[in-house]
Design a protein around this ligand. Structure first.
Ligand code: SAM
Length: 276
């Protein structure tokens, strides 16, 4: 390619992607923070804000890796559930906040029946995520499943929301992954994708190029001793369709009311669609 990387066939891509994430798994979180200067956290928070899941939501987070979306989801629904319970209790009885808090302590399911399944093709990424879940005390409402976005190990019409964050560009056949997303969502369910996209500001675009090609592989080498994986990262970002092209692909998979929002001058975009 014009970046000087070897060209890989579709068949080879899956194996290559596996190797990349196997080798970066342990340093994945720290590298994310370093390379995005922490901004990936704000993008992921925005994805949750857009989703605005209510207690009881059944979420499938595909290519969920080390669980960043899943943990945010659990924190979000827990906060929503607490608010709802407090409102209910206040409405029902004339209690003080202290009494409400005391009563709330005995609530059994702080998630209100919500569930998130993290599905990823890479065992190493899932292992890191599972350890993080233990460290952060996320034990309920969370399951980890090894699986391929192109062939999801779930029945039809199962989930309220499907998310994929920085995952779909790694999938060999994006159209198949989108069809699978459509299949496993319940009618009325929502597809949400956070992914790198096309920068729409010429100045930012030049700075971004410089950063991507000159800085990212160097950070990859210095911190993770892995220049190649981070070269792959930059290359995969550049190959991914732009906002409009990706919107059309989502529509082609059968989703309706497809919209997108570009964030940080289009460095990333959130696409949304519904199975109606
Ligand atoms: N969603 C997480 C986040 O935002 O931090 C992880 C994103 S990471 C850049 C990409 C993930 O996609 C990796 O964990 C990788 O194993 C996974 N992946 C790549 N191809 C996949 C496929 N075909 N099916 C499921 N997961 C896949």
């Amino acid at each position: 390619t014009h970046f000087g990387f070897e060209t890989v066939s579709e068949e080879e891509k899956g194996g290559k992607v596996y190797q990349v994430f196997e080798s970066v798994a342990k340093k994945y979180d720290v590298m994310n923070d370093m390379m995005s200067l922490g901004i990936h956290r704000a993008w992921k928070d925005l994805l949750l804000k857009k989703m605005h899941p209510l207690p009881g939501t059944q979420l499938l987070d595909v290519a969920g890796g080390t669980g960043d979306i899943a943990f945010r989801f659990l924190r979000y629904v827990e906060a929503q559930h607490q608010r709802k319970r407090k409102r209910q209790l206040r409405a029902q009885q004339n209690l003080s906040w202290e009494e409400i808090a005391k009563k709330y302590q005995h609530e059994e399911d702080p998630l209100g029946g919500s569930l998130v399944i993290v599905c990823d093709i890479n065992r190493e990424m899932l292992k890191v995520g599972q350890q993080k879940a233990l460290d952060q005390g996320h034990t309920a409402g969370l399951a980890w499943v090894l699986g391929d976005a192109e062939e999801l190990p779930f029945d039809d019409d199962k989930f309220d929301v499907y998310t994929i964050a920085f995952g779909i560009r790694n999938v060999t056949h994006i159209d198949r992954a989108l069809q699978e997303a459509h299949r496993v969502l319940k009618p009325g369910g929502r597809f949400l994708c956070l992914e790198f996209s096309q920068v729409n500001d010429p100045l930012i675009s030049r700075l971004y190029d410089l950063y991507s090609f000159q800085v990212i592989p160097v950070i990859g080498e210095v911190i993770a001793g892995d220049w190649k994986s981070y070269q792959y990262l930059v290359e995969s970002i550049r190959k991914f369709p732009n906002q409009e092209e990706f919107k059309e692909m989502i529509e082609a998979a059968g989703f309706q009311k497809v919209t997108y929002e570009s964030l940080t001058s289009g460095i990333v975009a959130i696409h949304s669609g519904f199975k109606l």
